[in-house]
Design a protein around this ligand. Structure first.
Ligand code: FE
Ligand code: FE
Ligand code: ZN
Length: 277
């Protein structure tokens, strides 16, 4: 079963996102919990959420993915930035309980100087302060391209964070196809090998969602510039292998491609459904 969707704008609320998702043939979607550059989150409207749940139920929308702002950096060298990471994630997770049982994805962060090991410790410390046994949301660490001092460009780094987290059943991983490709994992010629490494190092049971993106740059470029499917270095054939892979079956697949509008995503989703075996 193909469980496909794309990134949607959250500014008009949850019901609107469900309407848009259904319109483009999606069964899942992703949205920013607040302005991606940071700032205060919009107040949740319980009536909007109630209408969302009804629409999601009748329209076949399953688990959805909230994405933390890009400015959330738990391993920054600056205390002020680390404080924002704590406040924003805590607040986001509290608001996500209006839509229980979904995913909250974040970029592990950039250590900007103090080193990978110290950065990993800071990320784990934040998660250990924030995760609560009663929360219904699973927090996802996204695989990164390894740009600059970004943490999460190697599977070992994500595994090291998870190992330090106490409430381990609240943690999962989101695999971004553009990021792992840019990070140097050869999903084009050796998808099986990459998935085996993921399984050995992190565990495929941790893999909860996939970001389906092509890449504007060759493997190992550490760039993180997404391309539309079939218009980058990864290509449609490899994306087809991924969405048809038995080990990835049913996981929410989210397009984060640079489509100009909803129609663009509708067409991309249609194309992917056609290459689904
Ligand atoms: Fe992301
Ligand atoms: Fe992504
Ligand atoms: Zn990216």
């Amino acid at each position: 079963m193909l469980n496909l969707g794309c990134h949607l704008t959250s500014s008009k609320g949850y019901e609107n996102m469900a309407k848009e998702a259904i319109k483009i043939g999606a069964t899942t979607f992703q949205f920013f919990t607040r302005n991606p550059r940071g700032g205060k989150a919009k107040e949740i409207n319980p009536e909007d959420v109630a209408r969302y749940h009804e629409l999601a139920r009748t329209g076949g929308i399953g688990k959805i993915v909230a994405h933390a702002p890009y400015t959330l950096n738990p391993c920054s060298g600056e205390q002020k930035t680390r404080d924002f990471a704590y406040i924003a994630m805590k607040d986001d997770l509290a608001r996500m309980e209006y839509t229980p049982g979904n995913y909250y994805n974040f970029h592990p962060g950039s250590h900007v100087g103090q080193g990978t090991e110290a950065g990993i410790q800071m990320i784990a410390d934040l998660l250990n302060r924030i995760l609560k046994p009663e929360q219904t949301t699973t927090v996802l660490l996204e695989t990164m391209a390894g740009k600059g001092s970004e943490i999460g460009g190697r599977f070992e780094e994500l595994a090291a964070i998870i190992e330090k987290v106490q409430l381990t059943d609240k943690i999962g991983v989101c695999l971004d196809t553009c990021h792992v490709h840019d990070g140097g994992y050869d999903i084009i010629n050796d998808l099986e090998g990459v998935l085996d490494r993921f399984d050995n190092i992190i565990g495929l049971n941790r893999l909860k969602t996939i970001h389906i993106n092509d890449s504007m740059n060759p493997m190992g470029a550490h760039k993180d510039r997404h391309a539309c499917i079939g218009q980058g270095y990864i290509g449609t054939e490899t994306i087809a292998k991924i969405i048809n892979h038995p080990k990835l079956c049913g996981l929410p697949c989210i397009l984060e491609t640079p489509q100009p509008d909803l129609d663009g995503y509708a067409q991309e989703i249609k194309m992917l459904k056609e290459i689904k075996l």
